[in-house]
Design a protein around this ligand. Structure first.
Ligand SMILES: Nc1ncnc2c1ncn2[C@@H]1O[C@H](COP(=O)(O)OP(=O)(O)O)[C@@H](O)[C@H]1O
Ligand SMILES: [Mg+2]
Length: 186
């Protein structure tokens, strides 16, 4: 039985290929509802966009459906729900996102997915699914591990990723619980 409450649920999943990460996203995408909000965290190359691609597939968004509404927001139509995909990487201030009307999307009819959510932490809705992705610790006995140099920098990220999902609020707890039923468990 998973540790969960109606208001909060945390799950950790390891993946060993880009396809596995996309498959996690796909299960989430099949279950999302209007107004859901995913906040993605993790370094460049951690797999945030790969996960998002899976989410789009789970929602049935046709390939190539992207229509850049603003430089900061990409809108995907043609799936079960519209998806608003934002990337906060280049933002200097969270207000820049508010200036282009992001809040209308947050509380709108679709799913919002935002990469580099830590850059705009102060404007995120309280009820959301936080997803932290990272390159898994480099270990000799891990066949999917990458390489690390003498100063501790990742020079080859390998294909092993560590994902921590934290659902806040009943709706997102329900969503994460449902998706977990479809995920491979160790
Ligand atoms: N287990 C994995 N999960 C996600 N991506 C992986 C994995 N293993 C290798 N990759 C590769 O890592 C890269 C992740 O890139 P991307 O999703 O664009 O990262 P981000 O958006 O976090 O910068 C892709 O080239 C992908 O093929
Ligand atoms: Mg990305």
């Amino acid at each position: 039985m998973l540790p969960h409450s109606p208001e909060r649920l945390e799950l950790t999943v390891e993946t060993h290929s880009a396809g596995e990460t996309a498959a996690l996203g796909e299960a989430l995408g099949r279950l999302v509802q209007a107004g859901d909000f995913f906040a993605l965290y993790g370094e460049l190359g951690a797999g945030k966009t790969k996960l998002t691609q899976g989410i789009l597939r789970g929602l049935g968004v046709p390939a190539g459906a992207r229509s850049p509404t603003f430089t900061l927001i990409n809108e995907y139509q043609g799936g079960r729900l519209p998806v608003y995909h934002m990337d906060a990487y280049r933002l200097r201030r969270a207000e820049e996102l508010l200036d282009v009307g992001a809040e209308d999307y947050f509380y709108g009819e679709g799913l919002t997915v935002i990469e580099w959510a830590d850059r705009v932490a102060e404007i995120l809705p309280r009820e959301r699914l936080d997803i932290h992705l990272s390159v898994a610790a480099v270990a000799d006995d891990d066949p999917d591990s990458g390489a690390i140099d003498d100063s501790g920098h990742v020079v080859d990220p390998g294909t092993h990723r560590h994902l921590v999902f934290q659902a806040h609020g009943f709706r997102h707890v329900h969503l994460l619980f449902g998706a977990d039923q479809e995920w491979p468990n160790p």
